[in-house]
Design a protein around this ligand. Sequence first.
Ligand SMILES: [Ca+2]
Ligand SMILES: [Ca+2]
Length: 80
Amino acid sequence: MPPYSREERDRVTEEFHKLNKNYDDFIDYDELKAAIEEGRINLTEEDINNHIQKLDWNGDGKISFGEFLAAYGKRSESNN
Ligand SMILES: [Ca+2]
Ligand SMILES: [Ca+2]
């Protein structure tokens, strides 16, 4: 588990809750699609499946908070 500062974790949590409209602890296809339609994330509808596949480590078709957090960790590592 990569070390996250409290601020980073708070930011990821906030980001996750913005996308997770129904508070079921997962981000799914429909929620990503809604976020795109509202202009909150910078993806095309065609990107959604690719994006989910990349983030969805356990293959249940949804992005859990752990998977979301891991994706953020990878992103900040590649910036270093
Ligand atoms: Ca959800
Ligand atoms: Ca998953």
